[in-house]
Write a protein that binds this ligand. Structure first.
Ligand SMILES: Nc1nc2c(c(=O)[nH]1)N=C([C@H](O)[C@H](O)COP(=O)(O)OP(=O)(O)OP(=O)(O)O)CN2
Length: 180
């Protein structure tokens, strides 16, 4: 019951699903559409301040989606940390792949992901500890955006779900389970 708001952004990014039995194991790109849907815990709208009559200002939601999804991932390659054959192609000049991998692994353990262009060809990489399916990306971006939604709404709004459209016909949704 109550109101929800949804904001959509689009990003272009490459990925592959290394374990896929068919075409998705090849490096390829998508125009991803990412939707974040928010609600208030009470079902009511804010009744005062600059966000009166709103769940959360669409502009604030856009800013957070641009910071957590667009800036690190747009025109980048989203790679699984375990995808060593592809990851090794971007080993920075003068560094052994094993050393680079160790550094990336520590950062992924500490932060949940790595965003870097300090790579061969300055390729922009977004490295995650899971196969970059639409499902996993929806969960990952949900977890990145949920605290930001709470902060930008002074705790009044909750991120309900994130939907990732990988193609115009295929989407995956990760929904709030109450744990985030
Ligand atoms: N449940 C999931 N299934 C698949 C995923 C995924 O993330 N979750 N991803 C892929 C591939 O990455 C692929 O790019 C998309 O596959 P597919 O639907 O076959 O893509 P098409 O371009 O053929 O889509 P059309 O709508 O038929 O043009 C595969 N599966």
């Amino acid at each position: 019951m109550g109101f929800t708001i949804t904001r959509q952004i689009g990003i272009d990014a490459g990925h592959r699903i290394a374990s896929h039995g068919s075409k998705c194991r090849h490096l390829h790109g998508h125009r991803y559409l990412v939707e974040a849907c928010c609600r208030t815990s009470t079902g009511k709208l804010r009744d005062q301040g600059e966000q009166a009559g709103m769940v959360l200002d669409f502009g604030f939601l856009k800013e957070e989606m641009m910071a957590h999804v667009d800036a690190p991932c747009d025109h980048g390659l989203i790679l699984d940390l375990a995808d060593h054959p592809v990851l090794s192609l971007f080993t920075p000049t003068g560094m052994a792949f094993e050393d680079w991998l160790e550094r990336l692994s520590v950062e992924v353990r500490e932060q949940g992901h790595v965003e870097t262009s300090e790579t061969l060809l300055d390729q922009k990489l977004y490295i995650v500890p899971f196969p970059p399916t639409a499902e996993w990306l929806a969960k990952h971006w949900f977890e990145r955006l949920a605290p930001a939604v709470r902060r930008r709404s002074d705790g009044l709004a909750i991120l309900d779900h994130v939907t990732v459209w990988e193609t115009p016909n295929c989407q995956a949704t990760y929904r709030d389970t109450g744990a985030a």
